[in-house]
Design a protein around this ligand. Structure first.
Ligand SMILES: Cc1cc2nc3c(=O)[nH]c(=O)nc-3n(C[C@H](O)[C@H](O)[C@H](O)COP(=O)(O)OP(=O)(O)OC[C@H]3O[C@@H](n4cnc5c(N)ncnc54)[C@H](O)[C@@H]3O)c2cc1C
Length: 422
């Protein structure tokens, strides 16, 4: 049987996971060609933070080495940026003129860091934090320069700041919000986190807006100026103020995009031969920026590409962690609460433990944990199950183990299988 041609644009985490899932289902259906703009085989982008912090090496974070592609007969074209999708002729064209025809096309182009539109943003030493090249720039700069400023107090910004500090730089995090990680933590836990990071040596400027970056006199950034007129030295500025789905290629080829390439529940775009997956895709109005949902999408996309067609993607409940060694935090679902919700909180500032559970209509809808995150996975499971918590409500705050113990003592409680307590 003549094989179909599958072309993938973007050799990152979501796309390559889709290929892995597809090969498990069928390795006979497609001749596969992959275009990757980076010069590397697929690596675990999440682990760039431990690499920056000096806890892992680049070699250790490779997920699929070059051998994996050749073993699976995948043509891998690295260092090639696809610049055009010709939907009439069903082919893609890369910046070096390479062309590849497709029967099915998978767009997995990920995101780009949002670079603040301020004067000085193109100076040398002003970077985003997305790939191996950015990480290497930070590691090199830490050897030669002293002052780093990270713009953005979200997960990425704090991990960049922590890594640069461990590499010996004096680091200030500038954040427009009232507290750190305001999309993952409430105010109390955000403040506990800030205190812990300050104790390690990071500096913070909250509720601060950047006005401009100034040239040191040699084409390199030398300082940062805030709206209130303050100026700080800055030899390196890392912008971690959000990401933008990479949709320009899809848009140019006429595929509808709204903050991501629009896809249906089988990850197909408006052109049924073309799929989009990962951070570049917008599913039911959401472009996810975390790996777990992208891997769920990958399974569904592979199922459809393999012509099985029974899997659908309905969206994901996400949870987050911060990868700063020694600091434990976890949040999932609607952890802020609000009208129509009840919250149960436990706060022990002495031991640095804070827990908040949000309940709506007897269902656990959100959790925010700081200092003790052992039950994070269990709470996430409860949020996903979307069941009434009635009989276990009074024990919920004390975690999975307390419920198992209580069930042993109390016949009135519905038994909870032990595997739920993982
Ligand atoms: C430092 C860091 C830490 C992170 N930590 C976490 C974490 O702890 N937990 C978590 O869940 N998520 C984390 N993330 C986010 C996670 O890495 C992303 O959600 C995930 O990598 C997205 O996968 P993707 O395949 O959509 O995009 P990517 O992995 O970015 O892959 C897209 C690839 O496409 C390439 N590309 C783009 N355009 C073209 C083109 N035109 N032609 C050819 N190639 C192209 C890009 O160069 C890139 O290699 C982190 C991200 C970073 C940067």
């Amino acid at each position: 049987m003549k094989k179909l041609k599958l072309v993938m644009i973007g050799n990152g985490m979501a796309g390559t996971r889709t290929l892995e899932e597809l090969l498990k289902l069928s390795d006979e259906l497609y001749d596969i060609t992959v275009f990757g703009a980076e010069p590397h085989a697929n690596y675990n982008r999440i682990l760039l933070s431990p690499v920056l912090a000096g806890e892992q090496t680049f070699e250790e974070i490779v997920l699929n080495d070059l051998d994996w592609y050749s073993r699976n007969n995948i043509t891998l074209l690295l260092n090639r940026n696809v610049v055009e999708i010709d939907r009439i002729k069903r082919r893609v064209i890369a910046d070096d003129g390479t062309e590849a025809e497709y029967d099915r096309l998978l767009i997995a182009t990920g995101s780009t860091p949002f670079i603040l539109p301020i004067p000085g943003n193109t100076l040398q030493g002003v970077i985003g934090y997305r790939d191996i090249a950015d990480t290497q720039t930070m590691i090199n700069t830490a050897k030669t320069h002293q002052h780093a400023v990270v713009i953005g107090g979200g997960l990425l910004g704090l991990e960049a700041a922590n890594g640069l500090m461990l590499r010996g730089m004096h680091v200030t995090v500038v954040h427009i919000g009232e507290w750190l990680l305001e999309r993952q933590l409430d105010k109390t836990s955000g403040q506990l986190l800030q205190a812990a990071l300050e104790a390690r040596g990071l500096q913070f400027r909250l509720r601060e807006q950047t006005l401009a970056l100034h040239d040191a006199g040699n084409g390199r950034v030398g300082s940062i100026e805030f709206k209130n007129g303050d100026i700080l030295p800055a030899d390196l500025v890392v912008m971690a103020a959000g990401i933008r789905p990479r949709t320009e290629l899809a848009e140019k080829s006429g595929l509808p995009c709204t903050r991501g390439i629009l896809v249906n529940d089988t990850m197909q775009t408006y052109d049924p031969r073309i799929y989009a997956i990962g951070e570049c895709a917008s599913h039911r109005g959401i472009a996810y920026g975390l790996v777990a949902p992208l891997f769920e999408q990958a399974k569904v996309c592979a199922n459809h590409l393999a012509q099985l067609g029974f899997a659908t993607y309905k969206g994901s409940v996400t949870s987050t962690k911060l990868k700063v060694t020694g600091i434990d935090l976890f949040s999932a679902g609607d952890f802020m609460g609000g009208e129509g919700t009840e919250t149960i909180t436990l706060c022990d500032p002495i031991s640095g433990v804070y827990k908040k559970l949000v309940i709506k209509d007897d269902v656990l809808v959100g959790a925010c944990l700081y200092g003790d995150t052992a039950d994070g996975g269990w709470y996430l499971q409860k949020i996903r199950e979307n069941h009434g918590i009635g009989p276990i409500r009074d024990h919920l705050m004390f975690g999975a183990q307390s419920i198992v113990a209580t069930v042993d003592e109390d016949d009135d409680l519905a038994p909870v299988p032990l595997q739920e307590a993982s």
